[in-house]
Write a protein that binds this ligand. Structure first.
Ligand code: GDP
Length: 306
């Protein structure tokens, strides 16, 4: 079975990692959000792409979910001493990734070509594609601070400003990266990973609109809250009660199936009323075993839909 997974950072990477333990490389392509990409200290940083790559390579920091395991912070400490902007933490190994990505982008290579080479170097066999090679930054509109770029909102402002809306700058000029539309075309099913619907999945859908008979999503909201990150806070600020039902509604019209946590079993009827099949599971992926368990559930569910 050929699967395309759409992923943001930490939540997306968990499910993509689980799927990669089960599916052979030719049967899994992960398309990753690049709306969070930004320039910092003169370097090109692709936070979600790196989180997915480090996770699939077994190089991710298991505590934070982002950055590298066994990281050192020598450069960062020196930057701090010199008074450089250090609100975005960059470890030494991680900096190596950004230095090389920035060097290659400057000489004209595309983000997708660079990502492909990095994956080979890190021993990742499954395909990982940025959603686009073109700049398409996510802008968060806030009550207190007006429009902020995503990392300014997420890291520098610690998601504190109240969200009013989102837009994707230059979306009209952004084209899907090479391989994105082909992978979607050839897939038996598309899996929307448990990533933030507003700022991780919507940018991917904006650049690569899905026209597929079998699309399933796994809810990032469990019992009305996120495991990590601001998705539930965003729903509340947009005056939508955060729940698995709200996520299902977010993707209404797109989904044939929706998977959500068993703690939300009372929502089953309402979700099915939106016109989608459902599956309930223990959707919390605490470790590799949990990722594989949930990935198996997702594939089993897809089997029943095909
Ligand atoms: P970010 O870009 O690093 O914030 O990552 P994502 O957008 O991919 O993921 C954030 C979302 O992942 C949050 O809404 C979390 O609730 C969700 N998430 C993280 N871990 C899990 C998990 O184990 N299970 C489920 N169902 N969702 C998760």
């Amino acid at each position: 079975m050929k699967i395309v997974a759409l992923a943001g950072g930490v939540g997306g990477a968990k499910l993509a990692h689980g799927l990669a333990q089960i599916l052979p490389p030719e049967n899994l392509t992960t398309i990753v959000n690049t709306g969070d990409d930004f320039e910092h200290l003169g370097l090109n940083i692709s936070p979600d792409l790196d989180t997915v790559c480090y996770t699939l390579a077994g190089l991710a920091n298991p505590v934070t979910g982002w950055g590298r395991v066994d990281e050192s912070w020598n450069v960062f400490e020196n930057l701090e001493q010199l008074g450089a902007p250090t609100w975005f933490r960059l470890g030494d190994q991680d900096l190596g990734t950004h230095l090389e990505r920035s060097r290659r982008l400057r000489k004209g290579d595309t983000l997708s070509a660079i990502t492909n080479d990095f994956c080979k170097a890190w021993g990742i066999k499954h395909t990982i594609l940025p959603m686009t090679d073109d700049p398409m930054p996510t802008i968060v509109d806030t009550v207190e601070k007006g429009e902020l770029t995503f990392q300014e909102y997420f890291v520098h402002q610690c998601c504190k400003p109240k969200v009013k809306g989102f837009r994707f700058e230059a979306v009209e000029k952004a084209r899907p990266a090479p391989g994105v539309l082909e992978a979607i075309d050839q897939a038996d099913a598309i899996v929307i990973c448990p990533s933030n619907p507003w700022v991780s999945i919507d940018p991917i859908l904006a650049v690569a609109s899905l026209n597929h008979a079998c699309v399933v999503a796994l809810s990032p909201i469990i019992g009305g809250e996120t495991v990590k990150g601001p998705a539930a806070k965003m729903y509340r600020e947009l005056e939508i009660s955060p729940s698995a039902l709200a996520v299902a509604k977010h993707y209404e019209g797109l989904l044939s199936g929706f998977i959500f946590d068993q703690v939300d079993k009372e929502l089953k009827f309402e979700i099915e009323n939106l016109g989608m099949q459902t599956m309930m599971t223990d959707s919390l992926m605490k470790n590799l075993e949990g990722k594989i368990r949930v990935a198996k559930d997702v594939l089993k569910f897809i089997d029943t839909l095909l």
